[in-house]
Design a protein around this ligand. Structure first.
Ligand SMILES: Cc1ncc(COP(=O)(O)O)c(C=O)c1O
Length: 409
Protein backbone atom coordinates (compact mmCIF):
# COMPACT_ATOMS: atom_id res chain seq x y z
CA UNK A 1 0.00 0.00 0.00
CA UNK A 2 1.69 3.27 -1.01
CA UNK A 3 2.03 5.83 1.75
CA UNK A 4 -0.44 8.70 1.30
CA UNK A 5 1.25 12.03 0.75
CA UNK A 6 -1.66 14.38 1.41
CA UNK A 7 -0.27 15.91 4.58
CA UNK A 8 -2.53 17.83 6.93
CA UNK A 9 -2.16 21.51 6.07
CA UNK A 10 -0.22 22.97 8.99
CA UNK A 11 0.07 26.70 9.43
CA UNK A 12 3.13 27.69 7.47
CA UNK A 13 5.01 30.91 6.94
CA UNK A 14 4.14 31.72 3.32
CA UNK A 15 6.31 34.79 2.97
CA UNK A 16 9.24 35.01 0.58
CA UNK A 17 12.41 33.26 1.82
CA UNK A 18 14.23 36.57 1.37
CA UNK A 19 11.81 38.49 3.59
CA UNK A 20 12.23 35.83 6.26
CA UNK A 21 16.00 35.97 5.89
CA UNK A 22 15.99 39.77 6.26
CA UNK A 23 13.96 39.34 9.43
CA UNK A 24 16.34 36.68 10.77
CA UNK A 25 19.41 38.87 10.43
CA UNK A 26 17.75 42.25 11.16
CA UNK A 27 19.78 44.31 13.60
CA UNK A 28 22.82 42.01 13.34
CA UNK A 29 25.92 43.75 12.05
CA UNK A 30 27.83 41.77 9.38
CA UNK A 31 31.26 40.78 10.69
CA UNK A 32 32.89 41.55 7.32
CA UNK A 33 31.87 43.55 4.23
CA UNK A 34 28.53 42.17 3.12
CA UNK A 35 28.60 39.56 0.36
CA UNK A 36 25.39 37.94 -0.86
CA UNK A 37 25.13 34.30 -1.88
CA UNK A 38 21.41 34.31 -1.14
CA UNK A 39 19.61 35.17 -4.36
CA UNK A 40 19.79 32.95 -7.44
CA UNK A 41 20.68 35.91 -9.60
CA UNK A 42 23.49 35.17 -12.09
CA UNK A 43 26.21 37.79 -11.94
CA UNK A 44 28.11 36.51 -14.99
CA UNK A 45 28.80 39.06 -17.69
CA UNK A 46 25.77 39.52 -19.89
CA UNK A 47 26.30 38.93 -23.62
CA UNK A 48 27.91 41.96 -25.27
CA UNK A 49 25.27 42.22 -27.98
CA UNK A 50 22.59 43.22 -25.44
CA UNK A 51 23.28 46.97 -25.63
CA UNK A 52 23.40 47.31 -29.43
CA UNK A 53 20.32 45.13 -29.97
CA UNK A 54 18.38 47.10 -27.37
CA UNK A 55 19.45 50.41 -28.91
CA UNK A 56 18.23 49.29 -32.31
CA UNK A 57 14.91 48.11 -30.90
CA UNK A 58 14.15 51.24 -28.86
CA UNK A 59 11.14 52.38 -30.98
CA UNK A 60 9.32 49.29 -29.67
CA UNK A 61 8.90 51.03 -26.32
CA UNK A 62 6.35 53.20 -28.09
CA UNK A 63 3.95 50.27 -28.50
CA UNK A 64 1.99 48.10 -26.11
CA UNK A 65 3.40 44.61 -26.54
CA UNK A 66 0.99 41.86 -27.56
CA UNK A 67 0.24 39.31 -24.87
CA UNK A 68 1.54 36.32 -26.81
CA UNK A 69 4.86 37.92 -27.73
CA UNK A 70 6.18 38.99 -31.11
CA UNK A 71 6.12 36.44 -33.95
CA UNK A 72 9.93 36.78 -34.12
CA UNK A 73 10.36 35.96 -30.45
CA UNK A 74 8.01 33.00 -30.59
CA UNK A 75 9.77 31.68 -33.68
CA UNK A 76 13.16 32.10 -31.95
CA UNK A 77 11.94 30.17 -28.91
CA UNK A 78 10.52 27.39 -31.12
CA UNK A 79 13.79 27.21 -33.09
CA UNK A 80 15.84 27.06 -29.90
CA UNK A 81 13.67 24.24 -28.52
CA UNK A 82 14.07 22.35 -31.77
CA UNK A 83 17.85 22.69 -31.71
CA UNK A 84 18.24 21.97 -27.99
CA UNK A 85 15.99 18.92 -27.69
CA UNK A 86 15.32 15.80 -29.71
CA UNK A 87 11.76 16.76 -30.53
CA UNK A 88 9.46 14.39 -32.40
CA UNK A 89 8.42 17.37 -34.52
CA UNK A 90 9.13 21.13 -34.44
CA UNK A 91 7.11 23.17 -31.98
CA UNK A 92 4.47 25.32 -33.70
CA UNK A 93 5.48 28.89 -32.85
CA UNK A 94 1.94 30.23 -33.41
CA UNK A 95 0.01 27.76 -31.31
CA UNK A 96 2.54 26.22 -28.96
CA UNK A 97 4.66 29.09 -27.59
CA UNK A 98 3.82 32.17 -25.51
CA UNK A 99 6.14 34.87 -24.19
CA UNK A 100 6.34 35.26 -20.42
CA UNK A 101 7.58 38.11 -18.29
CA UNK A 102 10.10 35.67 -16.81
CA UNK A 103 9.10 32.11 -16.03
CA UNK A 104 7.96 33.01 -12.52
CA UNK A 105 4.77 34.82 -13.44
CA UNK A 106 3.94 32.05 -15.92
CA UNK A 107 4.43 29.33 -13.33
CA UNK A 108 2.16 31.28 -11.01
CA UNK A 109 -0.66 32.17 -13.37
CA UNK A 110 -0.72 28.82 -15.19
CA UNK A 111 -2.11 27.39 -11.96
CA UNK A 112 -5.17 29.59 -12.21
CA UNK A 113 -5.88 28.45 -15.76
CA UNK A 114 -5.27 24.77 -14.97
CA UNK A 115 -7.74 24.90 -12.15
CA UNK A 116 -10.37 26.54 -14.38
CA UNK A 117 -9.87 23.95 -17.10
CA UNK A 118 -9.60 20.81 -15.05
CA UNK A 119 -11.67 21.26 -11.94
CA UNK A 120 -15.12 21.64 -13.48
CA UNK A 121 -14.42 18.77 -15.87
CA UNK A 122 -13.33 16.14 -13.44
CA UNK A 123 -14.08 17.06 -9.87
CA UNK A 124 -17.19 16.69 -7.76
CA UNK A 125 -18.32 19.80 -5.89
CA UNK A 126 -17.07 18.55 -2.55
CA UNK A 127 -13.58 17.76 -3.77
CA UNK A 128 -10.85 20.33 -3.30
CA UNK A 129 -8.58 20.53 -6.34
CA UNK A 130 -4.94 19.82 -5.56
CA UNK A 131 -1.62 20.79 -7.05
CA UNK A 132 1.42 18.69 -6.32
CA UNK A 133 4.68 20.40 -5.44
CA UNK A 134 8.09 18.92 -4.77
CA UNK A 135 9.63 19.73 -1.41
CA UNK A 136 11.65 21.99 -1.40
CA UNK A 137 10.08 24.07 -4.17
CA UNK A 138 10.15 27.44 -5.88
CA UNK A 139 7.75 29.68 -3.96
CA UNK A 140 5.72 30.73 -7.03
CA UNK A 141 4.30 27.18 -7.38
CA UNK A 142 2.59 27.27 -4.00
CA UNK A 143 1.56 30.89 -4.45
CA UNK A 144 -0.07 29.96 -7.77
CA UNK A 145 -1.76 26.86 -6.41
CA UNK A 146 -3.20 28.74 -3.48
CA UNK A 147 -4.25 31.77 -5.53
CA UNK A 148 -6.11 29.30 -7.77
CA UNK A 149 -8.00 28.00 -4.74
CA UNK A 150 -6.23 24.65 -4.78
CA UNK A 151 -4.61 22.73 -2.00
CA UNK A 152 -0.84 22.93 -2.44
CA UNK A 153 0.13 19.38 -1.59
CA UNK A 154 3.74 19.11 -0.60
CA UNK A 155 5.21 15.86 -1.88
CA UNK A 156 8.34 14.67 -0.08
CA UNK A 157 11.59 14.26 -1.93
CA UNK A 158 14.46 12.20 -0.60
CA UNK A 159 18.14 12.02 -1.30
CA UNK A 160 17.78 8.34 -2.27
CA UNK A 161 15.05 9.17 -4.80
CA UNK A 162 17.37 11.69 -6.48
CA UNK A 163 15.58 14.47 -4.57
CA UNK A 164 12.52 13.99 -6.81
CA UNK A 165 8.98 13.21 -5.66
CA UNK A 166 8.28 9.50 -5.49
CA UNK A 167 5.56 9.16 -8.13
CA UNK A 168 4.70 5.63 -7.04
CA UNK A 169 3.85 6.78 -3.53
CA UNK A 170 1.08 9.13 -4.59
CA UNK A 171 -2.30 8.30 -3.11
CA UNK A 172 -4.87 7.49 -5.86
CA UNK A 173 -7.49 9.60 -4.08
CA UNK A 174 -5.12 12.55 -4.18
CA UNK A 175 -4.33 11.98 -7.84
CA UNK A 176 -8.03 11.92 -8.65
CA UNK A 177 -8.33 15.55 -7.51
CA UNK A 178 -4.99 16.74 -8.87
CA UNK A 179 -5.11 19.45 -11.53
CA UNK A 180 -1.39 20.06 -11.95
CA UNK A 181 2.01 18.70 -10.97
CA UNK A 182 5.06 20.93 -10.75
CA UNK A 183 8.47 19.43 -11.46
CA UNK A 184 11.74 21.37 -11.58
CA UNK A 185 14.72 19.89 -13.39
CA UNK A 186 17.46 20.80 -12.68
CA UNK A 187 15.85 21.49 -9.34
CA UNK A 188 16.36 24.49 -7.14
CA UNK A 189 18.09 24.10 -4.72
CA UNK A 190 19.36 20.51 -4.89
CA UNK A 191 20.27 20.54 -8.58
CA UNK A 192 18.72 17.10 -9.20
CA UNK A 193 18.07 16.23 -12.83
CA UNK A 194 14.97 14.25 -13.71
CA UNK A 195 15.61 11.47 -16.23
CA UNK A 196 13.55 11.19 -19.41
CA UNK A 197 12.00 8.08 -17.90
CA UNK A 198 10.96 10.01 -14.78
CA UNK A 199 9.49 12.87 -16.80
CA UNK A 200 7.66 10.38 -19.00
CA UNK A 201 6.11 8.67 -16.00
CA UNK A 202 5.09 12.04 -14.51
CA UNK A 203 3.44 13.07 -17.78
CA UNK A 204 1.68 9.75 -18.11
CA UNK A 205 0.33 10.16 -14.58
CA UNK A 206 -0.81 13.72 -15.31
CA UNK A 207 -2.56 12.64 -18.50
CA UNK A 208 -4.24 9.68 -16.83
CA UNK A 209 -5.81 12.05 -14.32
CA UNK A 210 -6.58 14.88 -16.75
CA UNK A 211 -3.99 17.07 -15.02
CA UNK A 212 -1.17 19.23 -16.43
CA UNK A 213 2.52 18.71 -15.97
CA UNK A 214 4.27 22.04 -15.40
CA UNK A 215 7.93 21.39 -16.09
CA UNK A 216 10.12 24.19 -14.77
CA UNK A 217 13.21 24.05 -16.99
CA UNK A 218 14.73 27.45 -16.27
CA UNK A 219 18.04 25.84 -15.20
CA UNK A 220 18.11 23.57 -18.28
CA UNK A 221 21.36 25.02 -19.64
CA UNK A 222 23.26 24.98 -16.35
CA UNK A 223 24.31 21.35 -16.22
CA UNK A 224 27.58 20.36 -14.65
CA UNK A 225 28.15 16.98 -16.30
CA UNK A 226 28.23 16.00 -19.96
CA UNK A 227 24.58 15.03 -20.09
CA UNK A 228 22.05 17.71 -21.04
CA UNK A 229 18.95 17.58 -18.84
CA UNK A 230 16.03 16.10 -20.80
CA UNK A 231 12.98 18.30 -21.34
CA UNK A 232 9.29 17.50 -21.17
CA UNK A 233 8.62 18.40 -24.80
CA UNK A 234 10.98 15.75 -26.17
CA UNK A 235 9.56 13.21 -23.73
CA UNK A 236 5.99 14.03 -24.76
CA UNK A 237 6.57 13.07 -28.41
CA UNK A 238 4.47 14.56 -31.19
CA UNK A 239 1.45 14.99 -28.90
CA UNK A 240 2.14 17.82 -26.46
CA UNK A 241 -1.16 17.53 -24.62
CA UNK A 242 -0.87 18.17 -20.88
CA UNK A 243 2.85 18.99 -21.17
CA UNK A 244 4.08 22.54 -20.55
CA UNK A 245 7.74 23.57 -20.45
CA UNK A 246 8.68 26.87 -18.77
CA UNK A 247 12.02 28.45 -19.52
CA UNK A 248 13.65 31.86 -19.52
CA UNK A 249 16.72 33.89 -20.35
CA UNK A 250 17.39 34.65 -16.69
CA UNK A 251 19.72 31.76 -15.89
CA UNK A 252 20.69 30.61 -19.39
CA UNK A 253 21.89 34.02 -20.57
CA UNK A 254 22.57 35.65 -17.18
CA UNK A 255 19.78 38.15 -17.88
CA UNK A 256 17.52 37.95 -14.80
CA UNK A 257 16.59 41.61 -15.16
CA UNK A 258 15.42 41.19 -18.76
CA UNK A 259 12.25 39.53 -17.50
CA UNK A 260 11.77 37.44 -20.57
CA UNK A 261 10.87 33.79 -20.79
CA UNK A 262 8.42 31.51 -22.50
CA UNK A 263 6.09 28.59 -22.04
CA UNK A 264 5.76 25.94 -24.74
CA UNK A 265 3.59 22.88 -25.11
CA UNK A 266 -0.08 21.87 -25.05
CA UNK A 267 -1.82 24.13 -27.62
CA UNK A 268 -5.27 23.72 -26.07
CA UNK A 269 -3.96 24.85 -22.70
CA UNK A 270 -2.01 27.73 -24.24
CA UNK A 271 -5.12 28.97 -26.04
CA UNK A 272 -6.90 29.37 -22.71
CA UNK A 273 -3.76 30.69 -21.08
CA UNK A 274 -3.47 33.37 -23.76
CA UNK A 275 -7.08 34.42 -23.25
CA UNK A 276 -6.29 34.81 -19.55
CA UNK A 277 -3.06 36.62 -20.31
CA UNK A 278 -4.77 39.18 -22.54
CA UNK A 279 -6.58 40.54 -19.51
CA UNK A 280 -4.39 39.62 -16.57
CA UNK A 281 -0.70 39.08 -17.26
CA UNK A 282 2.31 41.35 -17.68
CA UNK A 283 3.56 41.53 -21.26
CA UNK A 284 7.20 41.64 -22.29
CA UNK A 285 8.28 44.96 -23.86
CA UNK A 286 9.16 44.45 -27.53
CA UNK A 287 12.76 45.73 -27.24
CA UNK A 288 13.39 43.17 -24.52
CA UNK A 289 12.00 40.43 -26.73
CA UNK A 290 14.45 41.59 -29.41
CA UNK A 291 17.32 41.08 -26.96
CA UNK A 292 15.91 37.64 -26.10
CA UNK A 293 15.79 36.71 -29.79
CA UNK A 294 19.49 37.55 -30.10
CA UNK A 295 20.29 35.62 -26.92
CA UNK A 296 18.35 32.54 -28.04
CA UNK A 297 20.27 32.58 -31.29
CA UNK A 298 23.68 32.48 -29.62
CA UNK A 299 25.12 29.51 -27.75
CA UNK A 300 28.68 30.83 -27.28
CA UNK A 301 27.82 32.93 -24.23
CA UNK A 302 25.82 30.03 -22.76
CA UNK A 303 28.76 27.65 -23.11
CA UNK A 304 31.13 30.20 -21.54
CA UNK A 305 28.75 30.71 -18.64
CA UNK A 306 28.31 26.95 -18.12
CA UNK A 307 32.10 26.53 -18.10
CA UNK A 308 32.34 29.19 -15.42
CA UNK A 309 29.75 27.37 -13.26
CA UNK A 310 31.73 24.16 -13.72
CA UNK A 311 34.96 25.87 -12.64
CA UNK A 312 33.21 27.17 -9.54
CA UNK A 313 31.93 23.72 -8.64
CA UNK A 314 35.45 22.32 -9.20
CA UNK A 315 36.57 24.83 -6.60
CA UNK A 316 33.70 23.86 -4.29
CA UNK A 317 34.61 20.16 -4.66
CA UNK A 318 38.13 21.01 -3.55
CA UNK A 319 37.33 23.46 -0.77
CA UNK A 320 34.34 21.69 0.79
CA UNK A 321 35.18 18.07 -0.02
CA UNK A 322 32.77 15.68 1.67
CA UNK A 323 31.93 18.05 4.52
CA UNK A 324 28.41 19.30 5.27
CA UNK A 325 26.80 16.59 3.16
CA UNK A 326 28.10 18.36 0.07
CA UNK A 327 27.69 16.65 -3.26
CA UNK A 328 28.34 18.20 -6.63
CA UNK A 329 24.84 18.65 -8.12
CA UNK A 330 23.79 17.56 -11.61
CA UNK A 331 22.78 21.09 -12.50
CA UNK A 332 21.85 24.55 -11.25
CA UNK A 333 24.20 26.79 -9.31
CA UNK A 334 23.45 26.16 -5.66
CA UNK A 335 25.40 24.50 -2.89
CA UNK A 336 22.99 22.52 -0.72
CA UNK A 337 24.58 21.83 2.64
CA UNK A 338 23.66 19.85 5.72
CA UNK A 339 24.21 22.16 8.68
CA UNK A 340 22.39 20.14 11.32
CA UNK A 341 25.44 20.44 13.60
CA UNK A 342 24.52 24.09 14.20
CA UNK A 343 20.86 23.56 15.20
CA UNK A 344 19.98 24.76 18.68
CA UNK A 345 18.87 27.69 20.82
CA UNK A 346 15.45 27.70 19.19
CA UNK A 347 16.91 27.93 15.69
CA UNK A 348 16.96 25.31 12.98
CA UNK A 349 20.37 24.32 11.62
CA UNK A 350 19.71 26.40 8.50
CA UNK A 351 18.76 29.50 10.48
CA UNK A 352 21.68 29.14 12.90
CA UNK A 353 24.10 28.72 9.99
CA UNK A 354 22.69 31.71 8.06
CA UNK A 355 22.87 33.89 11.17
CA UNK A 356 26.39 32.76 12.07
CA UNK A 357 27.68 33.29 8.53
CA UNK A 358 26.19 36.77 8.48
CA UNK A 359 27.42 37.76 11.94
CA UNK A 360 30.93 36.37 11.57
CA UNK A 361 31.57 36.46 7.84
CA UNK A 362 29.14 39.02 6.38
CA UNK A 363 27.90 36.24 4.09
CA UNK A 364 24.20 36.11 3.19
CA UNK A 365 22.78 32.62 2.60
CA UNK A 366 19.30 31.10 2.79
CA UNK A 367 18.09 28.66 5.47
CA UNK A 368 16.87 25.56 3.63
CA UNK A 369 13.67 25.41 5.67
CA UNK A 370 12.56 28.70 4.11
CA UNK A 371 12.45 26.93 0.73
CA UNK A 372 10.26 24.07 1.90
CA UNK A 373 7.25 23.25 4.02
CA UNK A 374 6.42 20.58 6.50
CA UNK A 375 5.38 17.42 4.76
CA UNK A 376 4.07 14.08 5.84
CA UNK A 377 5.05 13.52 9.46
CA UNK A 378 4.83 17.24 10.18
CA UNK A 379 8.49 18.13 9.84
CA UNK A 380 10.23 20.41 7.41
CA UNK A 381 12.87 18.14 5.82
CA UNK A 382 15.07 21.06 4.83
CA UNK A 383 15.23 22.89 8.13
CA UNK A 384 18.78 21.75 8.77
CA UNK A 385 20.02 22.58 5.28
CA UNK A 386 21.51 25.73 3.83
CA UNK A 387 21.40 27.12 0.29
CA UNK A 388 24.35 29.03 -1.10
CA UNK A 389 24.17 30.56 -4.59
CA UNK A 390 27.40 30.37 -6.60
CA UNK A 391 26.42 33.19 -8.92
CA UNK A 392 29.49 35.44 -8.90
CA UNK A 393 32.71 35.51 -10.92
CA UNK A 394 35.48 33.11 -9.97
CA UNK A 395 37.42 35.30 -7.49
CA UNK A 396 34.25 36.38 -5.67
CA UNK A 397 33.04 32.77 -5.59
CA UNK A 398 36.34 31.78 -4.01
CA UNK A 399 35.72 34.43 -1.37
CA UNK A 400 32.20 33.04 -0.81
CA UNK A 401 33.59 29.53 -0.39
CA UNK A 402 36.40 30.66 1.93
CA UNK A 403 33.99 32.53 4.20
CA UNK A 404 31.56 29.63 4.05
CA UNK A 405 33.94 26.88 5.13
CA UNK A 406 35.47 29.13 7.81
CA UNK A 407 32.07 30.11 9.17
CA UNK A 408 30.55 26.63 9.15
CA UNK A 409 33.53 24.86 10.73
C1 LIG B 1 13.23 26.99 -9.87
C2 LIG B 1 12.99 28.35 -10.42
N1 LIG B 1 11.97 28.51 -11.27
C3 LIG B 1 11.68 29.71 -11.81
C4 LIG B 1 12.41 30.83 -11.47
C5 LIG B 1 11.99 32.15 -12.05
O1 LIG B 1 12.94 32.73 -12.86
P1 LIG B 1 12.57 33.84 -13.94
O2 LIG B 1 11.24 34.41 -13.58
O3 LIG B 1 13.64 34.85 -13.83
O4 LIG B 1 12.53 33.13 -15.25
C6 LIG B 1 13.49 30.72 -10.59
C7 LIG B 1 14.27 31.91 -10.21
O5 LIG B 1 15.06 31.92 -9.31
C8 LIG B 1 13.79 29.44 -10.04
O6 LIG B 1 14.79 29.25 -9.20
Amino acid sequence: MPAPVAAPAPVEDRRSPFIRLAELIAGVEPGRPALSAAVGEPQHAMPDFVGPVLQEALPGFGRYPRAEGTPTFRAAAARWLDQRYSLARPVDADREVLALNGSREGLFSAAIVARRLVAPRTLGKAERPAMLLPNPFYAAYAAGAEAAGCEAVIVPTRKDSNWLPDLDALDPALLARTVALYIASPANPQGAIASADYLGRALELARRHGAYLFSDECYSEIYLGAQKPPGILEVAGADLSHALAFNSLSKRSSLPGLRCGFVAGDPAFLKEFLAFRWVAAPQVPEPLQAVAVAALGDEAHVTASRDLYRAKFDMADEMIGARFGYERPGGGFFLWLDVSHLAGGGLTGGEAAALKLWREQGLRTVPGGYLARRDIGGTNPCENWLRVALVHDLPTSKEVLTRLVTGLA
